[in-house]
Design a protein around this ligand. Sequence first.
Ligand SMILES: C[S@@+](CC[C@H](N)C(=O)[O-])C[C@H]1O[C@@H](n2cnc3c(N)ncnc32)[C@H](O)[C@@H]1O
Length: 194
Amino acid sequence: MAQYFDNVDLKSEIRKFSTSVLGKDFSFFTDNGVFCKEHLDFGTRLLLENIPWEEVKGKILDVGCGYGPIGIIASKITGQAVTMCDVNKRALHLAERNISENQIEGSVLESNCYQNISDTFDTIITNPPIRAGKKVVYEILLGAKKHLTSLGTLFLVIHKDQGAKSVLKELEKEYDVEVLKKNKGFFVIKCKIR
Ligand SMILES: C[S@@+](CC[C@H](N)C(=O)[O-])C[C@H]1O[C@@H](n2cnc3c(N)ncnc32)[C@H](O)[C@@H]1O
C-alpha cells in the first residue's frame, strides 16, 4: 500500500495554512502526499511546545522533516541554522519553499534516515515516521547517536499506541532519557548522549 511518504504520482494541490507556536507566527505551504497537510500535527506541536529551547544551541537537524515545521520553527525560536531531511521529494520541495516563506536559514536534503548526512549536530529533533516501520524508526532514533556531538541531545515525540513504551526501553539502553511531557497518549522525550 502506498504511504504518504512514497513519491507517488498524486495530483498536486498546494495550499497554505498559518499557525502560531510559542507566540510566533508561521505560514506553511503543504500538498497532497505529505504528512498532516491541513494543519500542524498535534504531536509535532506538543514536541515544539515542550522542548526546553534555552538548552538548544548550535547546529540542529530535523529528520523526517515533511514540509518543514519542526526545523523551521526550531530555527525561528533559536536563531540557529537548521538542516532538514526526508525521503519524500514533494515534502522536500515544500520545506525549501517554507524556509523562504518563514525567512529562516536552513538547508534541505534527500536522505533515507542518515544515509546522506555526514555532519554531526548539537540537536536532532524528530517526529519519526511510524508508518515506515520499526526498523526505520529505530534507525532514526538510535542512529542519532552517531550524528550528535558529545554533548548532543535528541528530542522526539511518539504516541503510546505507536510503541512509545518499548521505544523508551530501547532509548534508555543508549541515552540518558527524560520524558518531558505526556499528553493524550503522546510522549515528548529528551535523550542525552551519556
Ligand atoms: C510523522 S512525519 C513528520 C513530518 C514533519 N516533521 C512534521 O512534524 O509534520 C514523518 C516524516 O518522515 C519521513 N520519512 C519516512 N521514511 C523516512 C526515512 N526512511 N528517512 C527519512 N525520513 C523518512 C516521511 O516522509 C515524513 O515526512
